[in-house]
Ligand binder design. Structure first.
Ligand code: SAM
Length: 277
């Protein structure tokens, strides 16, 4: 996968060169290019912002450098998505298979594990990091025929800029690329992979400061362990994120699991979905 990030603080993204994602880049699984938005300005002060039309606090990111930066990203990504077709498609604003442009924004759809899985299937991704009060809205309109534009929020809070959101998203997406995480099985049972939170995990020693690892995990009985873990997933999800269970198709749960869910206050409604009693 190729990822292009545009930011006025390219150095902010440096941690993406470390650890598993750093190795993925060395191994050629991930190609990451970070572009400095100021390189696409033409004035002496390399200006990227201006006052908002209509008044109000703060500054807004100017459209001109954004269009130039995104054109450069588009050219690099088109070459990657359609190798061997030269420059023929690069100037074509209406491509049949446009690359995805993620615009981090607290006003976007919320980033989830299922969106991470969806985006991990893409050959290229572009990210546009906003700062100040955000990017002039016309940039998104201009980009719409050229990219599949998706404003995406990390959560219901406001950050100073898109860089931290991009780091979180690139890490979540990057670790799903084949070959990035050493043991791909570890991705299967993680929180959110099946709509539930992960069960609690323990390592040696079995007894530590008066606290013992649950006996079942030392039993060597894989059936009992799997059952215990699944029950713990249900209990943890019901207690920490009850809304994740609401409306879920109940047919995926065994009789024993439904018993646990009943104890946790969930019944099954007429349409076969979980509902809090
Ligand atoms: N005025 C904007 C609003 O209220 O929607 C917030 C601007 S924020 C100070 C500056 C930039 O930080 C945004 O353009 C966006 O790129 C990024 N940002 C802030 N909060 C975010 C969030 N929850 N998720 C993703 N990006 C966020």
């Amino acid at each position: 996968m190729r990822i292009d990030v545009v930011s006025i603080f390219p150095e902010y993204l440096a941690p993406l060169r470390l650890s598993l994602l750093g190795r993925a880049q060395t191994d050629g699984i991930l190609e990451l290019e970070v572009h400095d938005l100021r390189e696409f300005t033409s004035d002496r002060h390399r200006t990227v912002d201006d006052t908002p039309y209509g008044g109000g606090a703060g500054m807004v990111m100017k459209p001109e450098p954004w269009a130039l930066a995104l054109e450069a990203v588009l050219a690099a990504q088109t070459a990657r998505r359609h190798p061997g077709q030269g420059d023929a498609r690069q100037g074509d604003p209406r491509q049949s298979d446009p690359p995805t442009l993620i615009v981090p924004s607290p006003a976007g759809e919320v980033f989830t594990q299922s969106l991470a899985y969806e985006l991990a299937e893409e050959p290229t991704l572009a990210f546009a990091c906003g700062r100040y009060e955000g990017i002039d809205e016309r940039v998104l309109e201009w980009a719409a025929p050229r990219f599949r534009v998706r404003p995406v929020s990390l959560g219901d809070y406001v950050l100073n800029g898109g860089e931290v959101a991009v780091m979180a998203m690139v890490e979540a997406i990057g670790r799903l690329l084949p070959g990035v995480v050493g043991n791909p099985e570890s991705l299967v049972e993680e929180s959110h992979s099946d709509g539930l939170l992960e069960y609690p995990v323990y390592t040696k020693p079995s007894s530590w400061r008066g606290l013992d690892v649950p006996e079942v995990l030392l039993s060597g009985n894989h059936g009992r362990i799997a059952k215990w873990r699944r029950e713990q997933q249900l209990r943890r999800t019901a207690s920490r994120r009850p809304e994740l269970l609401e409306g879920v198709d109940a047919s995926q749960f065994s009789g024993g699991e439904r018993e646990v869910l009943r104890e946790l206050g969930y019944g099954v409604d007429d349409s076969g979905r979980l509902a809090r009693a």
